[in-house]
Design a protein around this ligand. Structure first.
Ligand code: HEC
Length: 199
């Protein structure tokens, strides 16, 4: 029957095809070594790139694009490691200053999450991907559809910066964000942020 004949032909075609494929794949040993050598070279290159990019404080760019109205907002000059700012930030973070603002309820006293879905702020690699503007934006507007609510009405801009200064020490101890190079740096080699957004 016609139908059967068609099937038969296509199966023969298939066998022929597989046969020719087999022939093509039948490399000489030299070719195989070349192939393996290329594979090793390629994987090493990828590994080096990935490792280099994951060094905290050296070469990270922000996780997400920041809305245009936030890109020029930066930590006020000298605040990253100012003890007075850090202690005010801590009291805000822990809900002492404003009992209705308790970041530690979800993000933990030490930056390790205590509620499901909250990111780990002690994970330097992760946190080094935030710019200061990104950080501010996330607190100011919250993350829609999650338990991270907006704090625009509960905190002043200055209070948000104080919290960020405190919170950043969980993962990026002592480092400062440099908006010019878009990098986290050791304060001894970094020029600190441009101007205060609030002053
Ligand atoms: C009720 C729990 C809860 C409270 C309280 C809370 N957060 Fe969050 N926060 C979350 C969760 C959950 C996420 C992750 C949202 C997501 O899925 O992107 C988050 C995300 C964030 C992010 C963004 C991290 C990222 O990876 O993009 C920042 C910054 C942040 N919180 C800071 C704060 C600060 C500062 C406070 C206090 C003013 C605070 N949070 C209070 C639950 C909370």
């Amino acid at each position: 029957m016609v139908c059967r004949a068609t099937h038969q032909t296509s199966y023969d075609d298939y066998l022929n095809h597989m046969h020719s494929l087999k022939k093509r794949v039948n490399w000489s040993t030299g070719e195989t070594y070349h192939y393996i050598a290329y594979l090793i070279l390629f994987s090493t290159a990828i590994l080096i790139i990935v490792t280099a990019c994951n060094q905290p404080g050296t070469s990270h760019r922000p996780t997400l694009d920041v809305p245009i109205e936030y890109v020029d907002m930066h930590m006020p000059q000298g605040w990253w490691n100012d003890p007075k700012i850090l202690s005010e930030g801590r009291l805000l973070y822990q809900g002492v200053t404003k009992p209705f603002v308790k970041c530690d309820k979800c993000h933990g006293r030490d930056g390790k999450p205590v509620k499901r879905g909250a990111p780990n702020f002690t994970d330097a690699k992760r946190v080094a991907r935030f710019s200061d503007s990104y950080w501010f934006w996330r607190i100011y507007e919250g993350v829609r559809g999650t338990s991270m609510k907006p704090y625009a009405k509960k905190l002043s801009e200055q209070e948000i910066w104080k919290i960020i200064a405190y919170q950043h020490n969980f993962g990026l101890r002592g480092q400062v964000y440099d908006p010019i190079s878009d990098r986290w740096k050791d304060p001894t080699i970094a020029k600190e942020g441009e101007t205060s957004p609030t002053s």
